[in-house]
Design a protein around this ligand. Sequence first.
Ligand code: NAD
Length: 339
Amino acid sequence: MKIMVTGGAGFIGANFLNQLVPALPQHRFINLDKLTYAANLGSLRGIESLPNYVLRRVDITDMDGVDGVFDEFDPDLVVHFAAESHVDRSIRGPREFIRTNIEGTFNLLEACRKRWSADDNRLFHHVSTDEVYGSLGDTGLFEETTSYDPSSPYSASKAASDHIVRAYHRTYGLPIKITNCSNNYGPMQFPEKLIPLMILNAVERKPLPIYGAGLNVRDWLYVEDHCEAIWAVIEKGRVGRTYNIGGNNEMQNIEVVDTLCKIVAEEQGSDVNELLALKQFVTDRPGHDLRYAIDATRRGYAKSAAGSERRLLARTFARRSNGTYRTKTGCRASVQAST
Ligand code: NAD
């Protein structure tokens, strides 16, 4: 099978490729990525020379470029990760989000529609977010049937892309599946996102900026669990359906930051209060959703305890023997290891 992975040089796409390319040598993987600021080819070092992997630098908003790579490889499966993914950036500059997330997804769907027939056993798998559902109060869970109610230009652009993917199934019979997942964490995440940013800043004794009072709740999903779940949906899910994927691991942002401070202090053999004093409560993000939580029972998948304690750190950065932690961008933070 020829598997096209869009956005494979980003955080989740790279974890997906690292998991599957060596494990499935009978399949060929084509990584289609524009290589924006969020991409890191260093994340793919372990697989870049494998014979069943190739990279093509293509912008999904460029229809000719997308057609070119479809003509070259004729994929059987498209796993679509490529997106502008950071909410704060979408507030500062929404245009790229509309272009990549909506128009880019549309281009990929068109490329499939032009080439695939309903009965040739192909699949377009669209990776989306729980943010399309908007915000929850203190109770309740997002289900696949929850109405869409996105708050940010990012989540609105992802919601639009989900609707277009579904419309291509209903209108043209295009074989699609969609997964909507909660917040991911793990190796190779760009340090603009909460967990890697807080770890690096704590290690380097920089301020730890927290929106509002830090009470926003996210359901933290370990990225490798997410990638396994996507593959399970691709293999076993029903065509045309949507599946939620969560970590069953709700934490307030403030709890996440406090936990990370505790872990970093232990690692360094330093005083946790010195790190806790770096916390800075900053003006809340406009339209900041209070709580996301996922009911992932449709797929029978809800891994728990993925990361609440020490594993938040251990699973985010590889611990190196010299006590250095490294992020995907190559930022380094030297740590006096306590052991
Ligand atoms: P990321 O920002 O780390 O990586 C995105 C990748 O897409 C990068 O490699 C980038 O170069 C590529 N890309 C961006 N614009 C492109 C374009 N126009 N053409 C081709 N490639 C382009 O994102 P991520 O965190 O890995 O997220 C992957 C997917 O999962 C996204 O669709 C995102 O909406 C979704 N998602 C992410 C999370 C999360 O917590 N990270 C949660 C829910 C859903």
